[in-house]
Ligand binder design. Structure first.
Ligand code: KIV
Length: 293
């Protein structure tokens, strides 16, 4: 069954936990969808996982759209959320609405996500007023890492905890259907969840949220570095490396492709090969002087 804002709200009401993973391509989207994961996030973390940048700042709308439409095509049931990249919504509610509209029209995703709390409430209001579901994102918001002085846990002291709570409330008040709580202390995340009617999705925020999200490459052991809050559910990174090395060795040894992997039954007849062999005598090498011009 296709997950929607209504089915996800129903899950929260029933106390059922919601699962979400990031995804950036069609093949993986199909696997995640077939596994029954409720939500997929086309995160701007693709700047790091797919493009090799050190943060999400350089990611553009055009890039998000290319990755996003591939993911949406792979998801029959999972609810697809598109991240709004840095500077695609901060400027004004009008800019935010225009770009949220593009993401929806050009990817066929189900919702958009943007980072920030009180500061982006007007943007969330404008987007939701146009009928586009919005997921907020508060706590450690990676697009603001320069302002935080690094990718640091937010909400530890009273002032910081109050800010995260008030940001989450502002996001809800502006009309969002869900909010990501990233890198906030577990008890604060649980408190925020108890104060909100909308869905909370935690990452590095403990077990007190309505749902959880992880970056797919992280949980598959594909990165060079594993944040403390990430569990490696399968060491796919190592499995891939082993497969690549085995392929390389077999190609070099000439053991791949063996007969098993060749179109032996539909091979050319000897007659055909003889005709071709006669007609296409070996080309004389081109004299060196001609190659050099
Ligand atoms: O971009 C992303 O992958 C995210 C998650 C970390 C929540 O925003």
């Amino acid at each position: 069954m296709k997950n929607s804002v209504a089915t996800l709200a129903e899950m929260k009401a029933k106390g059922e936990r919601i699962s979400q993973l990031t995804c950036y391509d069609y093949s993986t989207a199909r696997l995640i969808d077939q596994a029954g994961v409720n939500m997929v996030l086309v995160g701007d973390s693709l700047g790091m996982t797919m493009q090799g940048y050190t943060d999400t700042i350089p990611v553009t709308m055009e890039e998000m759209i290319v990755y996003g439409r591939s993911v949406a095509r792979g998801c029959q049931n999972a609810f697809v959320v598109m991240d709004m990249p840095f500077m695609s919504y901060q400027v004004s509610p009008e800019q935010a609405l225009t770009n949220a509209g593009r993401l929806m029209k050009e990817t066929l995703a189900d919702a958009v996500k943007l980072e920030g709390g009180k500061d982006v409430a007007e943007q969330i209001r404008a987007i939701t007023a146009a009928g586009i579901p919005v997921c907020g994102h508060v706590g450690m918001t990676p697009q603001s890492h320069h302002a935080f002085g690094g990718f640091k846990v937010q909400g530890k002291g009273e002032e910081s905890a109050r800010r995260v709570l008030e940001d989450a409330l502002a996001v809800q008040e502006a009309g969002a259907f869900a909010v990501v709580l990233e890198c906030v202390p577990p008890k604060l995340a649980a408190l925020i969840t108890s104060k909100l009617d909308i869905i909370t999705i935690g990452i590095g925020a403990g077990d007190g949220c309505d749902g959880q999200v992880l970056v797919m490459q992280d949980m598959l052991g594909m990165g060079d570095w594993r944040p403390k809050f990430v569990k490696t559910f399968a060491n796919v990174g190592q499995v891939m490396k082993d497969a690549f090395a085995a392929y390389h060795q077999e190609v070099q040894a000439g053991t791949f492709p063996s007969q098993e992997y060749a179109y032996v039954k539909s091979d050319c007849s000897d007659d055909t090969l003889n005709i071709l062999d006669r007609e296409y005598g070996r080309q004389e090498p081109i004299p060196f002087s001609v190659v050099r011009g």
